[in-house]
Design a protein around this ligand. Structure first.
Ligand SMILES: Cc1cc2nc3c(=O)[nH]c(=O)nc-3n(C[C@H](O)[C@H](O)[C@H](O)COP(=O)(O)OP(=O)(O)OC[C@H]3O[C@@H](n4cnc5c(N)ncnc54)[C@H](O)[C@@H]3O)c2cc1C
Length: 579
């Protein structure tokens, strides 16, 4: 039930979930499967109901930044990016960032998950043990255009009964044949991988997206998990409800217990509280979870005191260890009038195509940003690793991803048709760590966010390897009568030197928004980290953190699939404690 006002809420629930985002809605659904548990979800943003920009897959690039559904964060100047400040979107709406992201569905590699198991000492996070949760969360659906997808994915590694709908591209694009021909022509790194979500991502394949094929719509945690649970009387959801703090309610077994959540409605009015008799679950995302914890006096005592917050639990890693992936987008003018650029710059055409989407659920608007993705690993004997340790978690794990778009990813110029090829570097080195810190004791003020991009010595060389692979792909014979020239004359070409590519990257790389690590898991009893492997907050009773912030390293993939899977496992861990 979505409550009309806080007056309709009870003062006490079994579980109170802070944030109706990607992870929060998984828990809302799974915990209320048990009719004996009652659950309150507090979401700071508005409802996603009926917002076309959110529903229509192709409009994903119009959901952020600077929209009503975005927290609209900006980073501090990034030394690795010539001092640029970056716009740093996060979903501020039911469904959280799953309502505004770019729909790409990638799980990371087997080695990523096995590393989580090693660093936490909990084999439950290993690939073998997390794969069932990927499958549980997933509902693999036929593509919108019902084309035959036999051989384009491996059904054995997918789930068909979950709440997060996945599909392959639902409308062909003008470049599909050329991309396939180019990868075939180049071989090696570009060889076909039938299914990059099997744990072994290396190679190229058809892009899998969080799109419900039959209806041609985005599948978010709100449209999938939450909507399917809303009829349950034991689930209460309040939107426009921003949590300020969690409050200490006593001491249990020697630990301070925090069982009360404080919030306000519609950005004003009195502070209201709700109590969780079993647990408070903080799922406010990688920026806001450390903010809520710090507001509550849970964080680095040395940092909280100067901003006027009384330290109640000294956990120095709250808000630290932020890890993110850098992305570089390269683009070319092409010899075609069938790219998607006009849909992004000509509002009349966009409105026409929107009508088409509403009528038929077919055509370009059922597609996300890319039809083809590839994952590449730099060889172990690369000179990059002569003096530096390879930050990759292990074999068969990519250092970067490449994806191809049938339009200029970014703001298109007034005229011209484009193709973009982008690279995301997946293995930031250990120095590339950012942070979320408070500047004020006002719990509704905005934290300072540092993305920590391109700071480690291996970062630029590995992203540069991505640029070299992009240039190799663009130089394939298959594109020789298609590519007319670079969209931006300063974009490096195949003859560019390493120094020229580095200068280009420092000036143009940005964030892929795969923010993790600000409430990292670590071993039970470890001095570092924020949560134990069962996601219970260290040194505290009654609180768990369940969202992307618990991942100590970013996986070699976009981060939503990992978030769904970790939230599914968290639901089982919580149920095991209370059922
Ligand atoms: C623009 C963009 C594009 C992306 N593209 C992709 C992609 O294509 N593929 C992919 O896999 N990943 C992508 N990601 C990343 C991925 O979507 C996120 O990693 C993932 O969704 C994070 O989930 P979460 O549960 O940690 O947080 P969120 O989904 O952000 O959930 C947090 C929720 O808590 C709410 N909240 C925060 N503070 C409070 C508070 N104080 N009180 C109450 N509620 C609060 C928020 O409003 C939000 O609803 C993208 C991210 C962005 C920003």
């Amino acid at each position: 039930v979505i409550l009309g006002s806080p007056a309709d809420a009870r003062t006490s629930y079994d579980f109170v979930i802070v944030g109706g985002g990607t992870a929060g809605n998984v828990l809302a659904n799974r915990l209320t499967e048990n009719p004996a548990f009652n659950v309150l979800v507090l979401e700071a943003g508005p409802s996603d109901d009926g917002v076309l920009e959110i529903e229509v897959p192709f409009l994903c690039t119009h959901t952020t930044p600077d929209t009503p559904w975005d927290w609209n964060y900006t980073t501090v100047p990034q030394p690795g990016l010539n001092g640029a400040t970056l716009s740093y979107p996060r979903g501020y709406v039911l469904g959280g960032t799953s309502s505004v992201n770019c729909l790409v569905y990638t799980r990371g590699s087997e080695a990523d998950w096995n590393r989580y198991a090693v660093v936490t000492g909990d084999n439950g996070w290993s690939w073998k043990n997390i794969l069932p949760y990927f499958k549980k969360s997933e509902k693999f659906t036929p593509p919108s255009d019902h084309h035959n997808i036999t051989g384009d994915f491996n059904p054995a590694v997918h789930g068909f009964n979950g709440f997060n709908s996945i599909s392959l591209a639902g409308a062909p694009t003008v470049i599909d044949g050329r991309v396939l021909a180019a990868t075939e022509e180049l071989g090696e790194d570009f060889e076909t991988n039938e299914d990059y979500n099997s744990g072994s991502p290396l190679g190229f394949g058809w892009s899998q997206n969080v799109i419900d094929g039959p209806s041609g719509t985005r599948s978010s945690s709100a449209s999938g998990y939450l909507r399917n649970a809303l009829r349950r009387p034991n689930l209460h959801v309040l939107v426009n409800a921003q949590v300020s703090r969690i409050l200490q309610t006593g001491t249990e077994r020697g630990f301070p217990a925090f069982r009360k959540v404080e919030y306000r409605i519609n950005g004003g009015g009195p502070l209201i509280t709700a109590t969780a008799s079993k647990e408070v679950i903080v799922s406010a995302g990688s920026i806001n979870t450390p903010q809520v914890l710090s507001n509550s006096g849970i964080g680095d005592a040395k940092k909280l005191k100067p901003v006027g917050i009384k330290s109640l639990v000294d956990l120095p890693d709250v808000g630290q260890n932020l890890s993110d992936h850098p992305i570089i987008v390269m683009a070319w003018l092409v010899n075609s009038t069938s790219t998607y650029d006009d849909f992004n710059r000509n509002m009349t055409l966009q409105a026409q195509e929107l009508q088409e989407w509403e009528k038929t659920r077919q055509g370009p608007f059922v597609n996300g940003i890319s039809q083809h993705i590839g994952f590449i690993r730099v060889p172990d004997d690369s000179p990059i690793f002569e003096s530096e340790t390879d930050p990759s978690p292990g074999e068969n794990s990519p250092h970067f991803e490449i994806f191809i778009s049938n339009f200029l990813l970014g703001t298109p110029p007034a005229t011209g048709n484009f193709m973009s090829i982008s690279a995301i570097m997946y293995t930031p080195g250990p120095i590339s760590r950012g942070s979320v810190n408070l500047t004020s004791s006002d719990p509704f003020s905005r934290p300072i966010v540092d993305a920590g991009l391109l700071l480690s010595p291996t970062d630029v060389p590995l992203l540069r390897a991505g640029v070299r692979s992009i240039l190799k792909l663009a130089s394939a014979e298959a594109f020789s009568d298609y590519i007319l020239g670079p969209a931006d004359p300063s974009q490096p070409g195949v003859n560019a030197t390493d120094e020229e590519i580095e200068a280009y990257l420092r000036a143009n790389a940005r964030s892929a928004y795969h923010v993790v690590g600000t409430s990292s898991m670590s071993k039970v009893g470890a001095a570092d980290g924020v949560v134990d492997p069962d996601l219970k907050l260290k040194k505290v009773s009654g609180v768990r953190v369940v969202d992307a912030s618990i991942l100590p390293f970013a996986p070699a993939g976009h981060t939503q699939a990992a978030t769904y899977a970790l939230a599914e496992r968290a639901a089982d861990l919580i149920k095991a404690d209370f059922e």
